[in-house]
Write a new protein. Structure first.
Length: 438
């Protein structure tokens, strides 16, 4: 195998070609991993409460199912630490290949887990273990996919736009997951609870093969290779990033509260709330979330680009403020049970979310130095999954069970927005500025 060219000797045409490949690899690979993760999220609200907790009250069963669901978020900071360590020591590419394999195998095996009627509580235990493995995989995915794209950028002026493309993988994965469930829901009909839900999990193995093919063919980023050549690789990057950047880790985790918690209410809890509380049709909700994900295909890169023009923090904080306000209107529209208004609430919910999610990758990654960037960005990003994303559907289910009203859930969203506004205000804004490798 020919040696990779030195970072400083890469021709502009080669660099542009590698940038395109890196963006493609990051985006498609991330879409596949999030397909796996969102597939579990979607099916949790539709199937798992009935299949693995059949003797519980519907609301209690939903609470138990989302408890298993939250385990994946508990594992995500662990995955961030593991793959952040190897991503900063061995390279972005190697870590990303490992995360894809781990995630794909766990998702495939979910399809094979027997229900409560076959093996009792062991089904839920196995499901919990696989969800934990999923969480470790996706915990290491985000940081690597963002850096793979951002560190091939030729200038500082387009980092927000370039780093937003791996973020694009999230709505793509959400779209594919909901499309797969919708298709096999229609195909299996009344048998969806028996076998139809399992097929999308089985098909994930084909997507993993595609992702591996794409990722194996890319080069390591110039930033990491320069660090190797100058012998600036950190022996214990996770320890070092906690020593040098504790403030940035905390602030990047908290700045995601307004994006992370509402997103999983708008895309996962909505299925349980819509079907169990409002009596809406499963396929109608799936179509509405599909439309919302379709809108994000355009809005995420747009807001990433906009952040390059007017500043990362300005766009991000506007999105956080709008999310806090929209949380009240969201449930008012859902509670009307009028299909057009329900669909509007679900689709529009993605706009303030994407105002944060588009610039978010660059905002977080720019906060950490190059030799600690995989570890720092991954930990900051995934700690928010632990304190916001994972507990959000669980908190919403508990609030609904206690108060029998969505108003407390809207207040919860508003509190998350206030926290994000404060944390983002304290972060440094590196829009279009040099970011260090030391």
């Amino acid at each position: 195998m020919a040696a990779s060219p030195k970072p400083d000797t890469i021709a502009p045409a080669v660099r542009r070609r590698q940038l395109r490949r890196a963006v493609l690899a990051g985006t498609i690979g991330t879409a596949i991993e999030w397909y796996d993760f969102f597939l579990y999220s979607t099916v949790t609200g539709l199937v798992f409460a009935r299949l693995f907790f059949p003797h519980a009250d519907p609301l209690v069963g939903t609470l138990e199912a989302f408890g298993v669901y939250a385990v994946g978020f508990l594992a995500r900071p662990i995955g961030a630490a593991i793959f952040g360590h190897y991503g900063d020591r061995l390279g972005r590419k190697a870590a990303l290949i490992a995360t894809l394999l781990l995630m794909g195998c766990a998702t495939f095996l979910v399809a094979l887990v027997p229900g409560y009627d076959r093996i009792g509580i062991w089904g839920a235990i196995i499901l919990t273990a696989l969800r934990f493995i999923q969480g470790i995989g996706v915990g290491g995915e985000w940081g690597g996919s963002v850096l793979l794209s951002m560190e091939w950028a030729e200038t500082n002026q387009h980092r927000g736009f370039i780093a937003s493309w791996p973020q694009f993988g999230v709505p793509a994965g959400l779209f594919l997951a909901n499309l797969a469930v919708l298709a096999f829901s229609a195909l299996s009909g009344d048998q969806f609870l028996t076998w139809g839900w399992r097929i999308p999990f089985l098909l994930s193995i084909l997507l993993v093969a595609l992702g591996l093919y794409i990722r194996i063919g890319i080069l390591e980023t110039p930033v990491f290779r320069r660090l190797v050549e100058t012998r600036r690789i950190e022996r214990a990057p996770v320890v070092e990033v906690f020593r040098r950047h504790p403030r940035e880790i905390v602030l990047t985790a908290l700045c995601r509260m307004a994006e992370q918690a509402p997103f999983y209410l708008f895309t996962a809890f909505v299925f349980a709330y819509g079907t169990e509380i409002l009596g809406l049709k499963r396929d109608f909700l799936l179509l509405a979330v599909l439309a919302a994900a379709g809108l994000s295909f355009f809005s995420i890169p747009f807001f990433g680009h906009l952040s390059d023009r007017v500043g990362r923090k300005r766009v991000y904080m506007l999105g956080a403020a709008l999310t806090g306000i929209f949380g009240f209107g969201y449930f008012v529209l859902l509670d009307t049970r009028i299909p057009a208004l329900v669909a509007m609430a679900i689709v529009v919910s993605m706009i303030p979310h994407d105002m944060m999610y588009g610039p978010q990758a660059a905002l977080i990654a720019e906060s950490f130095t190059g030799r600690l960037r995989y570890s720092g960005a991954s930990l900051g990003y995934q700690f928010s999954s632990l304190i916001a994303g994972g507990p959000a559907p669980l908190i919403a289910s508990a609030l609904m069970s206690r108060y029998h009203s969505a108003a407390p859930i809207s207040i919860f969203i508003a509190v998350c927005a206030v926290i994000s506004l404060g944390a983002t205000a304290m972060l440094k804004d590196y829009t279009n500025k040099e970011i260090g490798e030391d």
